[in-house]
Design a protein around this ligand. Structure first.
Ligand code: FCB
Length: 405
């Protein structure tokens, strides 16, 4: 039996656009329609049903909950800030507080206001200033209720999907434009980090913990050839650690948020930059189970990544880890295997503060629509009825006791 530390944070994560519903002021809203995708519509109606959802989380023993604030609601028009939207998020924070659930608040989780996108989004020369003005408005108002902030969720996924692969709005396919947006987002985090700390000092509040949620993949060489080993380590540096190391150089992370789902089997055809960066193994050797989106399930990768981050000497938090599946037994298998993997790293001295399962509820999985079921709680999208899954109950035993068989 494994015993996690007493103060360990246990909970689940969500993102505004994926659960709230009716996010008409966000760039994804018109884009979904124009792209002919399944539309987010009312999503899970979490904007109205958060009290009920937090009752369920509390009943499940969660002592932390990650959610995001929708910029397009807070600032529906450039420079016009909505008190009503702000009050909503204040009510959300009070609802968590009343249930003794610690909030982890994300400021940017993939979506932007429509007006911001129209101006050119993160390519606009004033993009960072716009983001900071929104950040200042939100953080000044909510600081006293929040200790842990995530400025930007998965910047590497956002920039690659939106500016390189062209599959998310604004559907750009350009390495140069992607790199420009990356520079803007790096600057946005650095400046938001300092701004949040400044606000806490001015308000005489004790130090916030500010980070990003970094998407990390286990990059595994398919064969031990030099090409494959070199490519795996290059990709690890570029995709997993590069942004973190920039932020650490600027002392702009108080902890490291890790989002972990899967592995990539690296199999490089020939020496060439494109091959080194993107060739994967197409053959079926090294088989592992997959989630319903076809992503490899690879729990040991989480331990390996956490151990690699040990050198930074900062607390770590698993800000997302989860599986989409129609077989709930697989979900519990996934969670328990990943928790064991986390524990393995902790035994070897990695300071992990908490584990947030993705997600509390089934939700709108971006361009994949409502098909993938990631939730601890099932959502019936016709009636919005919530049903707690068996895996949620098993996870709740761990959350309540810290013990895992
Ligand atoms: C992560 C995202 C999150 C969700 C999960 C499945 O990359 O941060 O919003 O879509 O994947």
């Amino acid at each position: 039996m494994i015993q996690f530390p007493k103060k360990f944070l246990w909970g689940a994560a969500t993102a505004a656009y994926q659960v709230e519903g009716g996010n008409v002021g966000s760039d994804w809203w018109p884009w979904e329609k124009s792209a002919g995708n399944e539309c987010s519509g009312p999503a899970c109606r979490h904007y109205e049903m958060y009290d009920q959802d937090f009752d369920l989380a509390q009943g499940l023993g969660h002592n932390v909950h990650r959610f995001s604030i929708e910029w397009g609601r807070i600032e529906p028009e450039e420079g016009k800030f909505s008190r009503e939207a702000l009050n909503h998020y204040l009510a959300v924070l009070l609802a968590l507080k009343a249930r003794h659930i610690e909030p982890v608040v994300t400021l940017h989780h993939f979506t932007n206001p429509v007006w911001f996108a129209k101006l050119g989004g993160w390519e606009h020369p004033r993009a960072v200033r716009y983001f900071l003005r929104y950040t200042e408005f939100v953080v000044r108002a909510l600081a006293q209720y929040v200790r842990i902030w995530i400025t930007i969720n998965e910047p590497t996924i956002y920039i690659s999907h939106a500016y390189l692969f062209g599959i998310w709005p604004p559907q750009v396919k350009s390495l140069w434009r992607m790199l420009r947006v990356e520079r803007r987002m790096v600057s946005a985090h650095l400046r938001a980090y300092r701004l949040i700390h400044k606000i806490y000092r001015q308000e005489s509040l004790s130090g916030p913990r500010v980070s990003i949620a970094q998407h990390m993949m286990a990059l595994v060489p398919c064969t031990p050839s030099l090409k494959n080993r070199f490519a795996a380590s290059l990709r690890h540096k570029l995709f997993n650690e590069r942004l973190l190391s920039i932020f650490l150089r600027h002392k702009a992370l108080d902890f490291i948020g890790v989002n972990y789902y899967s592995r990539q089997l690296v199999d490089v055809q020939k020496w060439g930059l494109r091959n080194l960066l993107s060739d994967t193994c197409k053959a079926g050797h090294h088989p592992v189970k997959k989630n319903s989106l076809g992503w490899d399930i690879y729990p040991e990768g989480l331990s390996q990544l956490l151990l690699k981050l040990k050198k930074y000497d900062l607390p770590l938090m698993i800000t997302e880890n989860g599986i989409c599946t129609s077989d709930d037994a697989e979900r519990w298998e996934f969670i328990s295997a990943h928790l064991k993997s986390v524990y393995g790293a902790m035994e070897r001295g990695v300071p992990v503060m908490g584990y947030l399962y993705w997600s509390l509820l089934d939700n709108f999985e971006w361009d994949k629509g409502f098909g993938p079921r990631f939730g601890l709680i099932d959502v019936d999208y016709a009636t919005f009825k919530r049903t707690v899954r068996q895996s949620a109950l098993k996870f709740s035993q761990v959350a309540k006791t810290g013990a895992l068989e």
